[in-house]
Structures are given as structure tokens and as C-alpha cells.
Design a protein around this ligand. Structure first.
Ligand code: FAD
Length: 233
């Protein structure tokens, strides 16, 4: 009997960033991939509008977690840098309030702390630095067993903490809301509001999302990159 080994066939539905990444990953593992996109072009929310003769990103504008994209390309025997030029941004985000107040967050933590000192108070500046340490610690705990794991569960996450067990799990801050946790670090309501907005990155509310997700502040603080020519490029 002759056994003909066929490559697995995969259908990916949707050509947004997620579908494109999944298609690349399946293809480089030897699958025969068919990607179906109902729109006129791939990209999904990654799209541009023409405004005043210029193309501007209308969805995502910047990348974080650059290593994810580098690994995706490297696994497929390609180099991200050969396809797109990424510029690290010294200003991570710019915030404005109706009364004309402005606050920028910088890639440099100390520069942000100094800006918060001027904008709010010295207590809030040191609260910010404590918040950075807190969110980095959460990130370090979930990086391996959750973020880099294909099918993570809460049980496997707690198991990964080993002997630290329950105290370690409480350090993940899942037992209270983002909003509640932010109150421990910031006295100025505008800062609580500002850092609470990270919940909106995944369509949630800081009043309901678990405080674990304050780790997004750390992800952004770890680096924001702008692709030359925009995200569409
Ligand atoms: C205003 C805005 C700003 C953002 N800013 C950033 C940012 O700066 N940085 C960042 O990293 N992220 C940002 N995001 C989030 C980021 O855009 C999304 O997380 C990401 O683009 C989602 O990709 P996706 O593939 O999961 O979904 P989508 O981009 O929504 O793609 C889904 C695709 O599936 C197709 N589809 C759906 N149903 C079918 C079907 N039945 N058959 C065929 N095709 C189908 C759709 O047409 C679409 O093309 C932003 C989002 C928004 C809205």
C-alpha cells in the first residue's frame, strides 16, 4: 500500500492582522492555506483614509510587543526589518483635557515621572513609578505561562507560580478592578482616568476589567514603534 502524506489544509476566515498572522504561521508549518476575506482587501481594522491629500492610519497607528512580529517573521524564515522600518517613539501617548491641560507619557520613565510631578503632584509622580514596578511584576508573571502559551488557563497560570501559590496569584491582581487598583497609585482623578483608558484597548471598562490588565501600561512603557508609511504599510 502506498501512503501519500498530504499537507494539512487550513482555511483562515478573515484577513485582518490576526488572520494574516495565523495564515503565515500555518503556511510556514507546511499547511496549504486558503485565506478568505469578505472585504475588498486584507488588513481589517488596519486601514488608511485620505485626508487633505495625505494617507493617515484610521485604525492602529503604532505597534507594541515588537518581539511578537519579529518572531512571526523569523519563524517564517524572514526578517521583519527587511519588510518594514520601525521607529521607536520617545513620546508614547499625548493626553489633553477640555481645560487645556496636557500630559505626555514618555518612553523614559523618569521623564514621565517629572511630567506628572509638574502636571499633578510629587506623590503622583512617585505613585507612577510604583505603578510601573507593579505592572512590570504582573507582566513578568504572566509572560511565559499566559501570554506565550497557546491555550492558557487560570489553573495553569496559578500552577506555574509553584510554591508561591496563592500569594503569587494575588500578586496578579485579578481579584479587584483596574479602577480600584489605580486608586492605590494615583490621587489625581485625571491620572486614574488616563491609565484606566487601557481597558478600552480590548473593548472593556476599567470599572469591570480585572486589575491584571493594568499590565498593558507596562507593555506600552516597554516600547511603542511607528512603522514608516503607517501601519497599513
Ligand atoms: C481606532 C483603533 C485604533 C487602534 N490602535 C491600535 C494601535 O495603535 N496599535 C495596535 O496594536 N492595535 C490598535 N488597535 C487594535 C487593532 O486594530 C486590532 O486589535 C487588530 O487590527 C484586530 O485584528 P483582527 O485580525 O483580530 O480583526 P480585524 O482587523 O477586525 O479583521 C477581521 C477581518 O475579518 C474579516 N471578516 C469578518 N468576518 C468574515 C467572514 N465571515 N468572512 C470573511 N471575512 C470576514 C473582516 O472583513 C476583517 O478584514 C486599534 C483599533 C482601533 C479600532
Amino acid at each position: 500500500m502506498v501512503v501519500v502524506k498530504q499537507s494539512p489544509r487550513v482555511v483562515v476566515i478573515g484577513g485582518g492582522a490576526g488572520g494574516l498572522a495565523a495564515a503565515v504561521d500555518c503556511a510556514r508549518r507546511g499547511a496549504s492555506v486558503l485565506l478568505l476575506e469578505r472585504g475588498p482587501e486584507v488588513g481589517g481594522k488596519v486601514r488608511q483614509e485620505r485626508v487633505g491629500g495625505q494617507s493617515i492610519d484610521a485604525g492602529p497607528t503604532v505597534l507594541t510587543m515588537r518581539w511578537v512580529f519579529e518572531a512571526l517573521f523569523a519563524d517564517a524564515d524572514a526578517a521583519l526589518a527587511e519588510h518594514v522600518r520601525l521607529h521607536p517613539l520617545p513620546v508614547l501617548a499625548r493626553h489633553a483635557w477640555q481645560d487645556g491641560e496636557r500630559l505626555d507619557l514618555y518612553a523614559d520613565r523618569e521623564a514621565t515621572a517629572a511630567a506628572i510631578d509638574r502636571f499633578a503632584s510629587a506623590a503622583d509622580a512617585s505613585g507612577y513609578l510604583a505603578f510601573c514596578r507593579h505592572t512590570e511584576a504582573i507582566y513578568q508573571k504572566v509572560h511565559g505561562p499566559f501570554i506565550r502559551t497557546a491555550q492558557p488557563t487560570l489553573a495553569s497560570l496559578v500552577g506555574s507560580l509553584g510554591l508561591r501559590g496563592l500569594p503569587g496569584a494575588l500578586g496578579l491582581d485579578f481579584h479587584r478592578t483596574m479602577w480600584k487598583a489605580l486608586g492605590d497609585f494615583f490621587q489625581d482623578p485625571r491620572l486614574r482616568q488616563l491609565f484606566g483608558r487601557y481597558a478600552t484597548y480590548y473593548g472593556s471598562s476599567p470599572f469591570e476589567a480585572p486589575a491584571t490588565l493594568n499590565l498593558i501600561a507596562h507593555v506600552e512603557q516597554a516600547g511603542v514603534w511607528a512603522p514608516a508609511g503607517g501601519c497599513r504599510r
